[in-house]
Design a protein around this ligand. Structure first.
Ligand code: URA
Length: 435
């Protein structure tokens, strides 16, 4: 078999065999196949796509490029969730303790921020002492004890995805449904949970810009899950506006605690309750409405918040820093931003607000940059709200006086915002739930 012929075959739009796909992944991992050859193949896949069978074989080859976790000692109520990424997406911090407090087992690996999107691991590391690296034994025994643990993705899990993703990132080959589906699903399958709930984001702050593409991605991931005997649910949700009011790290932790306390912005709360109910429905094989009621009870009784504090403590985090949640909004410098006109908020561009938050220090410009955990943007108004000229619309937080006062962050924020005379049409939060 020759890599040249495989590239040529895909360039002509033909279907690759199981053996050819395995040959590419194993050859790439043992350095017999070069980056430039894989780049050419990825571009041919981007242009000509892959069939359902090819996507399955690619996922399988990637899955077996490294360690595959067994969660068999945790029973059959293991459940994982994944979001395709967005601005202000702190759902893991909220849904993991909710479902754990109801008896499901969440053994989860999460990522760091990427570009203008945030990452759960960075948010958790904003709590002093919180350990995001645990040994396999510590990880499993914590889940046995309290029902949840969230750690950084192990280096040994799906190493093929790490290499392919880095290549796709610099060769304009991220946006391909079979490549995204196999990348996400290989990692979820390797993480071992029986049920998987995927939140597929669509809109300006997401990889998928149209509902049709989001649906195609969701269906591709459901098909892969089915082939591997897992229950996969996909929620297609809106990412035209940031999720909730807070973007950053400590600012998002503050908002997560608000929701776990039964308060919080309605869209964030709505999505978290939907994701949690889908996880419970799948893990316990109960009807969605029954699961939703269980979720609401867990939040309003305080048991989900209690489990959240237990989790933070179990992973070494200093709970005193978050028990008085006002301490999470105490950046050294703050800057209030006031509306320049009166009307209704008719646009809050998620990507631009994410970029403004990054420029305050909340994200990394390049790999390895240090994050300012206190930095971020807190909105005072949501999409559709009435605002008067001179009224507070947002507050910037940063530990740098220079960054908080930068014209760049301010200009970016006002570019993200539109105010109109007419009240805008309500945005749909959840477009579809597919199984
Ligand atoms: N997230 C992933 O893990 N992989 C992709 O390809 C895109 C988003």
């Amino acid at each position: 078999m020759r890599i040249y012929d495989i590239i040529d075959k895909k360039r002509q739009g033909k279907e690759l065999s199981h053996e050819e796909i395995e040959f590419v992944i194993s050859g790439y991992m043992n350095s017999e196949i070069q980056d430039y050859q894989v780049s050419a193949l990825l571009m041919a896949i981007c242009i000509n796509s892959m069939t359902k069978e090819e996507t399955y074989h690619l996922t399988k080859a990637m899955l077996h490029s490294g360690e595959v976790l067994s969660l068999s000692t945790l029973g059959d109520k293991t459940v994982d969730k994944h979001s395709t990424g967005g601005i202000g997406d702190k759902t893991t911090l909220i849904v993991a303790p909710i479902v754990a407090s109801l008896g499901a087992k969440v053994a989860k690996m999460s990522g760091r921020g990427l570009g203008f999107t945030g990452g759960t691991i960075d948010k958790l590391e904003s709590i002093s002492g919180f350990k995001t690296e645990l040994s396999a034994n510590e990880f499993i025994s914590q889940v046995e004890k309290i029902g949840l643990a969230v750690i950084q993705q192990s280096e040994n899990l799906v190493p093929a995805d790490k290499r392919l993703y880095a290549l796709r990132d610099v060769t304009a080959t991220i946006e391909s449904i079979p490549l995204i589906a196999s990348s996400i699903m290989s990692k979820k399958l390797a993480s071992g949970s029986k049920s998987i709930v995927l939140d597929v984001k669509v809109g300006s702050g997401a990889f998928m810009k149209t509902i049709e593409n989001a649906r195609a991605l969701a269906n591709a991931m459901i098909d892969i899950g089915k082939s591997f005997g897992r229950n996969v649910t996909c929620i297609i949700s809106n990412m035209d506006v940031p999720l909730g009011l807070c973007v950053g790290n400590k600012t998002e932790l503050w908002e997560a605690i608000e929701v776990l306390s039964g308060r919080g912005e309605k869209n964030l709360k709505g999505l978290c309750f939907t994701v949690s109910a889908s996880m419970i429905s799948s893990a316990f094989n109960v009807d969605y409405n029954q699961a939703r009621k269980m979720v609401e009870d867990a939040v309003f009784s305080g048991s989900a918040l209690a489990r959240f504090y237990e989790w933070i403590e179990a992973q070494g985090g200093d709970v005193s820093e978050i028990k008085d949640s006002s301490l999470l909004l105490n950046a050294k410098y703050k800057r209030e931003l006031y509306s320049k006109e009166s009307g209704y908020i008719s646009r809050l561009d998620a990507q631009k607000i994410g970029t403004a938050s990054m420029s305050l220090g909340a994200g990394r410009i390049k790999k390895g940059d240090k994050i300012d955990y206190s930095a971020g943007v807190v909105l005072s108004k949501s999409y559709g709200d009435r605002v008067e000229c001179g009224e507070l619309v947002a507050t910037f937080y940063s530990s740098s006086e220079e960054l908080v006062n930068s014209d760049e962050a301010c200009a970016m924020f006002f570019e993200a915002l539109s105010v109109s005379n007419e009240k805008p049409k309500e945005q749909t939060l959840i477009y579809e739930i597919l199984k």
